[in-house]
Design a protein around this ligand. Sequence first.
Ligand SMILES: Cc1cc2nc3c(=O)[nH]c(=O)nc-3n(C[C@H](O)[C@H](O)[C@H](O)COP(=O)(O)OP(=O)(O)OC[C@H]3O[C@@H](n4cnc5c(N)ncnc54)[C@H](O)[C@@H]3O)c2cc1C
Length: 432
Amino acid sequence: MNNHCGWIAQAGELPARAQLVGTQRADWLIIGGGITGLSAAHTLARRFPQQRIVLLERQRIAQGASARNSGFVVAHELPSPAERLGQPGHGAYQVASRIGVSAAQEVRQRIAELGIDCELNDDGYHFAAHRPEHLEDIDNILASLASVGATARYFEGAALEQRLGSAFYARAIHCTGGNALLQPARYVRGLAEGLPASVDVYEQSAVTDLSRSGQGWTARTAQGEVHAPQVLVCLGAFIARAGVRNSGAFPLELSASITRPLDEPRWQSLFGERQWGVLAPLPGGGTVRLLPGRRLLIRNTVEYRHRDLGAGALAERQRRHLAGLQKRFPGIVADDIAYTWTGHLSGTRSGEPYFARVDRGLHAVAGCNGSGVARGTLWGRLLVEMAAGDSSPVLADVLAQASPGYLPPSPFFDIGASLRMAWEVRRARAEA
Ligand SMILES: Cc1cc2nc3c(=O)[nH]c(=O)nc-3n(C[C@H](O)[C@H](O)[C@H](O)COP(=O)(O)OP(=O)(O)OC[C@H]3O[C@@H](n4cnc5c(N)ncnc54)[C@H](O)[C@@H]3O)c2cc1C
């Protein structure tokens, strides 16, 4: 089975960029060509128009997790019981929401500035549960969301079934006020296409070593090296590959499928021309979207893994996607699934990112915990701000929250993480 991302297939491929061969000198080196690295590149090019910026990418830019995600632009997360109004965690939730709103705003600004056509839908999305006990204390959730500037509405019963075309969900909160949906491969492709000439991008150029040399840093690839006084590591789940080993971030592998356009009259009458998105109330639950063109997307697996899923394992994940779609939309069959793929994101124990000056001239970020479309866009800018010695209220908020949590050494962490993820998945089985 192909690991073929439906978003990339629909967005189309960008022309390939050269591989790094030989020695280059730059003022800034960015490692990683996803949303974070590309956003950093735009910020740098504007802030230092006379300086030379090099970006190194292991595969193709704009084709990693940044193109393979579910396209939720997360301004407001569902507040956990400990984060709701009147609870001790509400202060931290307010800070996280301020960051989220800024991050979602940053996405809109990039889209507007670069004229990116990425099917941005500003109508928010739903937090929805199959089991009522997974979404309880509705009044307090609505009040907590309102207290951070979100607009939230509760749905259940026939109104919810009519809204989503599915009787699967018992209750849902629809939340706007910054939350949005987009086509991720088009978004990150737009960031890549809009890069100015002062940014030199090299593809198929994995950094295999990053070490100090003189006043700066040298990054080595299979056939070349880049010397730069300032390096920004934007590798997400792969941050350890640049030698940043104490970030507290670890890789999670997720898988998703998109159907063909569901054009038959029964689907047309069920869905019309609507679009919507649903996030589960538990981390191990499923994400579902009704996309423009009446395709369905589902993402309902997440696992802690060191090796990529092979073809057989991906086929098994596709069966889980199919089962997830069938329990929501009886009548979906295996042949309706057009694309199935995987991607890696970076998680942390605390749910907060690693965002740090690692050493003189070396700054790094990781730990999007599933909301890197918006946060990665913001972090790219803020990493530049930090490296340039600037300050801003949102940078202060991000630094205040950047405590990813301690990771025990291997194999203790590997065993613990595998068990924890398996538990999260079991706990959320009804929502997958
Ligand atoms: C299936 C799935 C669904 C998701 N859904 C959502 C969602 O709905 N909303 C949301 O906000 N987030 C979501 N996420 C998370 C989101 O995709 C990430 O947070 C985001 O893409 C992080 O961007 P990034 O630029 O930091 O990292 P990446 O996109 O991972 O970019 C890092 C880049 O570094 C490159 N690289 C790796 N090693 C090297 C090396 N040695 N040298 C040079 N380059 C290297 C990689 O090839 C990659 O292109 C999802 C992720 C997945 C996988």
